[in-house]
Design a protein around this ligand. Structure first.
Ligand SMILES: [Zn+2]
Ligand SMILES: [Zn+2]
Length: 118
C-alpha cells in the first residue's frame, strides 16, 4: 500500500527551487503591485516604488521568519557605513525591522520618510 506513489517521488529540479535563487529574486509588491526586479549586487528585500517589504527575514536575506506580514516603512536613519537605512514596522506581528535602502529606491519616498522622522 505504501509503495503506491513510489514512481511519482522523483521530481526534476525546477529553476524556482534552486538553492541560491531565493536571496535575490524579483517579486511583485504586496502593497502596490509593482514588479520589482532583482537587485543583483545584494539581496532585494523591498519594493523600489513604495519601499514596503515582506517580513520574511530575521537576518537580512535568510528568509527564516514565518511571519510574512507586510513591513511598512515608518522612517529612515542615516548610518555612516551603510548609508540610508529604512525603519519598518510589521503590520502583522508589530515588530520593528531595519534594512538598507537600495540605490534604485524611490527617492521621493525616502525624502518623505526623512521629513516624517523629526
Ligand atoms: Zn510597492
Ligand atoms: Zn511580522
Amino acid at each position: 500500500m505504501q509503495t503506491r506513489n513510489k514512481t511519482y517521488q522523483y521530481r526534476p529540479p525546477t529553476p524556482s527551487s534552486r538553492r541560491f535563487a531565493k536571496n535575490d529574486s524579483g517579486f511583485v509588491c504586496m502593497n502596490c503591485g509593482e514588479l520589482v526586479a532583482p537587485l543583483l549586487t545584494s539581496s532585494r528585500d523591498h519594493c523600489t516604488k513604495c519601499l514596503c517589504s515582506l517580513h520574511c527575514d530575521i537576518n537580512p536575506g535568510d528568509r527564516a521568519n514565518s511571519c510574512h506580514g507586510i513591513l511598512f516603512p515608518i522612517g529612515i536613519e542615516r548610518d555612516s557605513k551603510k548609508g540610508i537605512v529604512i525603519i519598518y514596522h510589521c503590520d502583522t506581528c508589530h515588530e520593528y525591522h531595519r534594512c538598507r535602502s537600495a540605490p534604485d529606491d524611490n527617492y521621493d519616498e525616502i525624502v518623505r520618510l526623512a521629513s516624517r522622522n523629526k
